[in-house]
Design a protein around this ligand. Structure first.
Ligand code: XIL
Length: 302
């Protein structure tokens, strides 16, 4: 096939993109997004601050704009994200203890219920583990409500939308030998053993020269898949240019295709100029909307 989405579909996978609602009026942007991708993640519009700006006052218009664009163009949607230490509304940042736990669970329930039936996979919990060698949970207001906050969020999400796949999503979990990777692995293993509802693990995959694509990536993805979950590359971008960048993108696609349960890849933006990375050129299309060498490598690898 001649597009990323159609080629991935031939391999039983999806190829997705993060969409920014503010760019949906840019026809070059929507033309590329509509042509190449068959899965959509809202870059910011379904996060906690966007969907519950005041406690118990929900706002779905920005998220709906992206979900409706996706569905009307025949695409599926990854929900991102129900519980996270970052991009919380101000009222939540100032909460703690039982009140925060209940507010978080109410948020999970209300948002997942609102979007029930429209979401392929939810990033139920995002970035809950610490970087570095500790293998510990990240300190956050949510973590301080008790170590079981993650499983509580997953149970609430399952009750609200039994049809959505429920994912744990994080970064710096790509290298199998890193403590953070091992810690997430042990959590997923524990959840599966105790029947906590988890279906998938998302690997953000934001790479740069200081955080390169590990050569054991396939091992990491396979080991997680062997726990009985799907694995997905959820926010892929790779700093660089030319053939070096293209080879790294190729390696990611090959690692995913080598794992039966790696069922999709999402890039975190359309053109380099759409990237959250202020400088750099980490995506598959240049600022003029032209296909880069990285695009050609990905398409050829699919
Ligand atoms: C980023 C967005 O791309 C930016 O527009 C926003 O300012 C900050 O968040 N990990 C995640 C994503 O899970 O939600 C983040 O998205 C990038 C890192």
């Amino acid at each position: 096939a001649t597009t990323l989405g159609a080629s991935a579909a031939e391999r039983g996978r999806y190829f997705g993109v993060a969409i920014a609602g503010g760019r949906l009026s840019d026809t070059q942007y929507t033309t590329i997004a509509n042509r190449e991708f068959n899965m959509v993640t809202a870059e910011n519009e379904m996060k906690l601050d966007a969907t519950e700006p005041n406690q118990n006052q929900f706002s779905f218009s920005s998220g709906d704009r992206i979900v409706n664009w996706a569905i009307s163009n025949g695409k599926q949607v990854r929900g991102h994200t129900l519980a996270w230490h970052s991009q919380q509304p101000g009222w939540m940042q100032n909460m703690s203890g039982t009140a925060l736990r209940n507010a978080m669970l109410n948020h999970v329930t209300r948002v997942a219920t609102y979007y029930r039936g429209k979401i392929h996979s939810w990033d139920v919990v995002n970035e809950a583990f610490a970087d570095g060698s500790s293998g510990a949970r990240r300190d956050s207001n949510l973590q301080r409500t008790g170590n079981d906050w993650i499983e509580a969020a997953f149970r609430a999400a399952r009750a609200a939308d039994p049809g959505a796949k429920l994912c744990y999503n994080d970064y710096n979990t790509d290298n199998w030998s890193h403590a953070k990777t091992q810690a997430v692995y042990r959590m997923v293993q524990d959840f599966k053993q105790r029947g906590v509802p988890i279906d998938c693990v998302g690997f953000q995959a934001h790479f740069n020269s200081g955080n390169p694509v590990p050569n054991n990536y396939h091992t990491t993805l396979q080991n997680f898949a062997d726990l009985g979950v799907d694995v997905q590359i959820t926010e892929l971008d790779i700093e660089g240019s030319g053939s070096s960048q293209a080879e790294q993108y190729r390696g990611i696609v090959q690692a995913c295709l080598a794992v039966t349960r790696c069922n999709g890849i999402t890039v975190w933006g359309v053109r380099d100029s759409d990237s959250w990375r202020a400088s750099g050129t980490p995506l598959l299309f240049n600022g003029s909307g032209q296909k880069k060498a990285a695009y050609d490598a990905v398409l050829a690898a699919l």
